[in-house]
Write a protein that binds this ligand. Sequence first.
Ligand SMILES: Nc1nc2c(c(=O)[nH]1)N[C@H]1C(S)=C(S)[C@@H](COP(=O)(O)OP(=O)(O)OC[C@H]3O[C@@H](n4cnc5c(N)ncnc54)[C@H](O)[C@@H]3O)O[C@H]1N2
Ligand code: MOO
Length: 455
Amino acid sequence: MTGHTEPHAQGRGAAHGHRTVQEHRARLAELLAPLAQRPAEERSLDAALGAALAADLVAPVSLPPFDNSQMDGFAVRSADFRGDVGARGGDLGAKGGDLGAKGGDLGAKGGDLGATGGDLGREFTVVAAIAAGDVPAPLQPGQAAPIMTGALLPEGADAVVPIEWAVPSRFPEPGATVALPAVEPGTYVRRAGSDVAAGAVVLPAGTPIGARQVGLAAALGFTALSVRAPLRVLVISTGAELAPDGEPLGPGQIYDANGWLLSSALREDGLEAENAVSRSDDPASLRHELAEAARAAEEGRLDLVITTGGVSKGAFEATKLALDEHDVEFSHLAMQPGGPQGLGSFEGLPVVAFPGNPVSCWISWEVLLRPVLAEVVGAPRCRRRLTARLAAPLDSPHGKLQVRRASLRQDGSVALVGGPGSHLLGALAVSDALVLVPEDVTDLAAGADVEVWLT
Ligand SMILES: Nc1nc2c(c(=O)[nH]1)N[C@H]1C(S)=C(S)[C@@H](COP(=O)(O)OP(=O)(O)OC[C@H]3O[C@@H](n4cnc5c(N)ncnc54)[C@H](O)[C@@H]3O)O[C@H]1N2
Ligand code: MOO
């Protein structure tokens, strides 16, 4: 069947006997729900990065905190353009005409510089310049104060004329005169509270703290935030084939990729992660690691364990065997890669068991665990999703959500990177997106719309 994909279409037409992705996410959400109750803690801004806000963030001050200039120019009382202050106001009308035209030019070039408010201008007496950080004297009628971007507007002033519109177009000494085109009240003035009003909720509880949120908090004067600490996760890779780090590979051996891949993915998303390796197919070895992890959890040092490997149908599935007597269920999802999965708890510690293939681990994190943590704990965020045109045709197994590694191209189309195999780490490393092909779609033509997650 050929068809267009629908976003979030996972769940329809799952292969017989296979659990759907939605069902599995629901079970994960149940398992991990208690993690949402972790106590709030105060963290400095840098340490809060990656955590989720424990309570609404309320602005203690307005932004901007005071009326200030948006341009380097002259602070004026706009009523002066309508009054008869200054005997030479009439003459300057003509000059003002030129000036207005200048303003128009600038507007065309500079976007919003055209707000001259009319052609008539007048001459002002220049007073002391105001730099950002200065506390200026009140502005009297007929005066223009040179003012720099961000500086506090003097009392009485209600508009700013950019320096480019002035004649002469430079800042003269106090006592000199300057001709300025007429402007409306509010021209190039950034009003107090026009960005954020004091007392407003600027970020709701649960918001993950990233650079933009830290920037806002800093601007509001916060030095610390009340957050739920990032989850602390231990990734345990399993397998007798895993060679010790840095040693030459023996026959049949491979290096551990999963522990590094997953712990880095978690850290990249603001979680705290460590990795351990159980280099054995003896379930006792993994049980030993898990018992230590359970103690760490009891002491409040760990929230979650992710294991990799040993969950399919082989003769030496150490993870399955190690968790045999525990409250952990194993199932096969209607998803490829990432089919075999386990979840449950070991002595009270939540355990999520991913399959051993590295790409399966990545997909299990991205498509299963990450969206559930976003929903339950608030961090990390879900990946951004969009619909894009396929650059080339694809086929997909019936009854399984297929998740392909891909790259978003400059023209907005999406190209698959590598094949569907879950051992293809080289292709994963050069991908920047995932393409999700629903269970009931088996082939798609070039140009078909597909659901894309940006990774
Ligand atoms: N008869 C069946 N065989 C398999 C099935 C199945 O349904 N029936 N499922 C396949 C699928 S799908 C997957 S995925 C794998 C999952 O197997 P396990 O979770 O038991 O993982 P392992 O057998 O331990 O390893 C699989 C593969 O990944 C390599 N690996 C393991 N750990 C690491 C690591 N830390 N770093 C890098 N690579 C790792 C391992 O050497 C294997 O090549 O089962 C299929 N088989
Ligand atoms: O589902 Mo396995 O995870 O294809 O490779």
